[in-house]
Design a protein around this ligand. Structure first.
Ligand code: DQA
Length: 146
């Protein structure tokens, strides 16, 4: 099973960025933690981060035929990128949305996710554990699909 973790804008600043909201670990720390946690499972992880909408869309397209599932934290694009929404929908790869923070308990603009309806599941407010939770959700979903 191959899963790609796609991270959107400003997530490269994790560790420095608003640590009271996002914690003190870097994106690499989080991804390495996840990879270690699934060490004994038959899951291959690739990951990608970009601050650019088009690059995220290209990576979703490039995932067709290469990955069985996508875990995506689109950062602020979550709240308004219909282009990323359409890429997820068009690629038709089972996709889980993840957010480190609890977007439903922050500013109002964060309560809207335009990608939620094209994802099989959303995880939020669990910090790095949400990434693991998202991968396990994808694993169980893909296994049940046979
Ligand atoms: C985020 C939440 C978004 O609202 C924000 O713009 C981010 C990170 C999260 O992981 O909690 O960049 O996706």
């Amino acid at each position: 099973m191959k899963i790609i973790i796609i991270n959107g804008p400003n997530l490269n600043l994790l560790g420095k960025r608003e640590p009271e909201i996002y914690g003190v670990e870097t994106l690499e720390d989080i991804l390495m933690w996840v990879v270690k946690k699934i060490d004994n499972e038959d899951i291959k992880i690739d990951w990608f981060q970009s601050n650019h909408e088009g690059e995220i869309i290209d990576r979703i397209h490039d995932s067709i035929g290469k990955f069985d599932g996508i875990l995506i934290n689109p950062g602020a694009y979550t709240h308004y990128s219909y282009a990323i929404r359409d890429a997820i929908s068009g690629a038709a790869i089972p996709t889980v949305e993840v957010h480190l923070s609890d977007v439903n308990n922050r500013e109002d603009f964060r309560k809207i996710s335009v990608i939620e309806s094209v994802c099989i599941h959303s995880v939020m407010g669990m910090g790095k554990k949400g990434y693991l939770e998202g991968i396990h959700f994808l694993r169980d979903y893909l296994n049940s699909e046979g």
